[in-house]
Design a protein around this ligand. Structure first.
Ligand SMILES: [Fe+2]
Ligand SMILES: [Fe+2]
Length: 180
């Protein structure tokens, strides 16, 4: 890939983020499987879908490191977290994972700014936007869950919500430019 055009520090930070995105995928995968086992097929479907999004993020970073003359290192991924207590807990935990992840993305953008590494700064902006979108998406689902679970009669509302999520988009509602 020719001469290295990212700093060693940036390469390391991007590599850590690549592994973190793989961990995010593990989180979604484990929660999806949990939801499926607990009869929420729609939510499971949504979460399985999002697992693929996180793996794409991982791959995007891997490609970027290598394209800039660095070398991505495939490292161990932390174990998935414990099962959530219920759907509400599951959604809150996912939101927290996304918020934590956004803070890590910010660190990359900060370092890029410090180093005047405008290529990585630009690359990082894609992730900044993606994180805004994901937080909005998950917040929207939490709103639906709150509505579904306040007026509960039997489990009709949760049932409807689950059905609704079986073909929900993985994208937030924000307008955005074409990816890639
Ligand atoms: Fe991600
Ligand atoms: Fe995410």
């Amino acid at each position: 890939m020719g001469k290295k055009r990212i700093s060693n520090k940036m390469e390391k930070m991007l590599n850590t983020q690549m592994t973190r995105e793989a961990y995010q995928a593990q989180v979604y995968l484990s929660y999806a499987s949990w939801a499926e086992v607990n009869s929420f097929a729609g939510i499971a479907n949504f979460l399985y879908g999002h697992m693929h999004e996180e793996r794409e993020h991982m791959f995007k970073i891997l490609k970027y490191i290598n394209d800039r003359g660095g070398e991505a290192k495939i490292e161990a991924i932390d174990a998935a977290p414990k099962n959530p207590k219920n759907i509400g807990d599951c959604l809150q935990k996912i939101l927290q994972h996304e918020i934590d992840n956004s803070k890590e993305i910010d660190k990359i953008v900060n370092l890029a700014h410090e180093e005047k590494d405008w290529a990585t700064f630009n690359f990082g902006q894609w992730f900044v936007e993606e994180q805004i979108e994901e937080e909005t998406l998950i917040n929207g689902i939490i709103d639906k869950y709150n509505l579904a679970s306040t007026e509960i009669e039997g489990n009709n509302n949760l049932y409807e919500m689950d059905r609704d999520l079986s073909n929900a988009s993985q994208e937030g509602d924000l307008p955005r430019e074409e990816e890639f």
